[in-house]
Each structure stands twice: as structure tokens, then as C-alpha cells.
Design a binder for this molecule. Structure first.
Ligand SMILES: [Zn+2]
Length: 260
């Protein structure tokens, strides 16, 4: 295997994949050496921790509370935040967390509630020195502002599609953005990936999100790599090496994955 194949999927919802074992095997075969599995709510956080324990050294867990899923009355926000804090030592990051101002989302999770939840987990990130994996759809400016106010050191604004001026603030602060399969076709995402320097870029799939009819899985990070390299006019091998090194550093992943 050449070094160009050594990829990290920095954001996947593994607990939502239908045949996880096969998907992980296909990922390995396509050069994926690590996956950051993100949680969205109490049930998925538990599953993510279980999956990571089962595939130790390949799957690394992040636990969070997705802005669109805050109104689970069975698990009040304070309980969810306590769960995250209690299990944080087993996780490489806090995520998926953030803000989402899509009308449908705000209808079920008010902006107030979203700010309260995001503020609380940013406090944990700061206190425990953990990176945050941020969902910021239509809330790019506020998401950045809250992270910066909380003085969080490490953050990735995943699948970034926001305006250039917010992107500039994200980059100036040393935060990251991540490219998904939408880099193949989505104008705003392509602009952001083009504008972000390699030093601030990660690759991901957000599996099993469906892109133009294709249900994604972690193996597709090789397609994200190719499209990103084409877009930036760079050698895929260089993009793979640099983005993998970024993910390793940001999430503190074991370095032995580069020596295998
Ligand atoms: Zn996601």
C-alpha cells in the first residue's frame, strides 16, 4: 500500500451503517487507517463507545449531542451533558455538537436551547482540552463566535459551506474545516475547500449521508481525497499525507498507524 492510501475518515456515523463489519473492511481495503465515529444523542453515544471498543486502534469515538436532536425529553440536556463529561476520558473528541438554524431544526430545537447545549459542551472541551467537532449549518457565524468565546483551542467545522469571512476567522484561529463527498459538486463547499489551506483541512464522509443518490460509507473518503486534490490542483498523495497528519494531531490518534 502506498502512503497515498493512508486516509482518516474524521467524521462518520458508524452506528447508522447497515453492515458495519463489511463497511469497515471495505474502508481498510481502500486505505483508511482510522475513523472518528461521532455520536449524536444518548443512544448513539453509547453505541459509538461500544463500536470503538470493539475496533480499538481503528475506530476512535467522539461523543456529543446533535443540535437537531436536543428535545429528547427522555434524556434532559443536563443528563446528556453529564454523560458526555463522565465518558469523555474514553473519547478523542466532543461531537457532533453545534448549531443548526435550518427552519425545520429550529422548529424542534430552539436557538436558545441550542446555544445552551453548545455552550455547555464547549465548556467541557475547554476544561478537558478536547477538540470539538462542530455542526454549523446556517449558523456559521454564531458557531464560530461561541467556540471562540469559550476559548476552545481545537475545533473542526465539519462539512463547512459558510461564507468566506467566517472561514477566514476559523482559519485565523487555527481551527479546521473538513471536506465531505459534497466536494465533488456543491459550489459553496467547493469554495471553502479551495480556500482552506492544507494545514487546516481534514477529510470525512459523514456516512451514511446520501450524496446525489449515493449512500456513503467510510471507504468513500478516497473519493473525497481525489476530488479535493483535483479541486486544489495538488498531488493526492500530498493531500492524503497532510490531512491524515492533521487528523492525527488534532485528535491525538496513535502514531503507529503511519508505520504499519
Ligand atoms: Zn454528522
Amino acid at each position: 500500500m502506498t502512503s497515498s492510501c493512508r486516509l482518516i475518515d474524521s467524521h462518520a456515523h458508524l452506528e447508522e451503517l447497515e453492515d458495519l463489519a463489511s463497511a469497515l473492511e471495505r474502508a481498510r481495503q481502500s486505505g483508511v487507517v482510522a475513523i472518528v465515529a461521532v455520536g449524536s444523542d444518548p443512544a448513539s453515544n453509547r453505541k459509538v463507545l461500544e463500536i470503538a471498543a470493539k475496533y480499538r486502534g481503528f475506530v476512535y469515538p467522539a461523543i456529543g449531542l446533535h443540535p437537531g436532536l436536543l428535545n429528547d425529553t427522555a434524556s434532559p440536556i443536563d443528563d446528556q451533558i453529564r454523560f458526555i463529561e463522565e465518558n469523555l476520558s474514553d473519547a478523542v473528541a466532543i461531537g457532533e455538537v453545534g448549531l443548526d438554524y435550518h427552519k425545520r431544526v429550529v422548529g424542534v430545537s430552539s436557538k436558545d436551547l441550542q446555544h445552551r447545549a453548545f455552550g455547555a459542551v464547549l465548556g467541557l472541551a475547554k476544561r478537558y482540552g478536547k477538540p470539538v467537532i462542530v455542526h454549523s449549518r446556517y449558523a456559521w457565524r454564531d458557531s464560530f463566535a461561541l467556540a471562540a468565546e469559550a476559548d476552545v483551542d481545537k475545533a473542526v467545522f465539519h462539512w463547512y459551506t459558510g461564507p468566506t469571512n467566517v472561514l477566514k476567522d476559523i482559519l485565523d484561529r487555527g481551527y479546521f474545516v473538513s471536506a465531505t463527498l459534497a466536494v465533488e459538486y456543491h459550489a459553496e463547499h467547493r469554495r471553502a475547500v479551495r480556500e482552506a489551506p492544507l494545514d487546516n483541512l481534514l477529510l470525512e464522509t459523514d456516512s451514511p449521508v446520501v450524496y446525489q443518490g449515493h449512500r456513503s460509507e467510510p471507504a468513500d473518503v478516497s473519493r473525497v481525497l481525489q476530488a479535493t486534490a483535483d479541486l486544489k490542483g495538488l498531488d493526492p498523495e500530498e493531500v492524503a499525507e497532510r490531512t491524515t497528519a492533521n487528523a492525527q494531531r488534532l485528535f491525538g490518534l496513535e502514531c503507529r498507524i503511519l508505520d504499519s
